[in-house]
Design a protein around this ligand. Structure first.
Ligand SMILES: Cc1cc2nc3c(=O)[nH]c(=O)nc-3n(C[C@H](O)[C@H](O)[C@H](O)COP(=O)(O)O)c2cc1C
Length: 207
């Protein structure tokens, strides 16, 4: 792709994302409560780590945790994202452009992480990349030697845009299974429980 084409494509995609969000089509355009979630108590070597704003990844993460019997934690920013979509989009864009790592409430010690061989890592694509709180998380942990399986939802960036490259570069020493990734369009998530559970079983992680 030449640069002009890339730029036009990027502008069109941005317009589409904003439009679908504002019309409530696909994106729920409303956030779910930014409350912490952490259950590290199961007898398992699998951990589901997820970030969500409007709830799609929360649903996907819980189906995966249920199907695998995994522990689960949610990454949230210490300073919650606004309830308003546009305000959240603006803040996220600024964080991305400025390379800001927002502080997060989650802190996992090396001892806590030692329990896990496999991490299911879930996020919405934000501005063609991982949401910046996931950068903060990945830079706060050592996942070397672990298997990391990405899953995400999007409103057009169905291949995750830059997010998987970022994940590979930040999860140093981890075996990131980018070919196994699960990508679901935001508007389809609510009807995708079976798809998510079948994906987990297909990878050999069903209970
Ligand atoms: C701040 C922000 C930026 C977004 N950027 C993109 C993007 O670059 N590409 C895309 O396909 N979707 C983008 N989306 C749409 C979300 O990825 C999509 O709605 C996703 O399903 C939301 O997941 P959640 O409900 O777990 O928050 C963006 C949404 C938000 C709020």
């Amino acid at each position: 792709m030449n640069t002009t084409f890339k730029r036009i494509f990027s502008l069109l995609l941005t317009a589409l994302i904003i439009l679908t969000a504002l019309t409530g089509c696909g994106n729920r355009a409303t956030n779910v409560k930014q409350t912490e979630e952490m259950d590290l108590t199961k007898d398992t070597n699998i951990l589901v780590v997820y970030f969500t704003w409007s709830g799609h990844l929360q649903s996907m993460a819980h189906w995966i945790a249920d199907e695998t019997g995994a522990d689960i934690v949610r990454v949230i920013a210490k300073e919650a994202y606004p309830e308003d979509y546009n305000a959240t989009a603006d803040r996220a864009k600024n964080e991305k452009n400025e390379g800001i790592r927002p502080e997060i409430t989650l802190s996992l010690s090396a001892e806590e992480l030692a329990k896990y061989d496999t991490i299911f890592f879930g996020f919405p694509v934000w501005w063609y990349d991982l949401p910046m709180p996931m950068w903060t998380f990945l830079e706060s942990v050592d996942l070397s030697g672990k298997t990391v399986i990405p899953f995400f939802s999007h409103e057009g960036s169905s291949n995750g845009a830059s997010s998987l490259d970022t994940l590979v570069s930040l999860a140093k020493g981890a075996d990131v299974k980018r070919d196994d990734v699960l990508s679901i369009r935001g508007g389809k998530v609510d009807a995708s429980e079976d798809t998510v559970r079948e994906w987990v079983r297909g990878l050999g992680y069903g209970k």
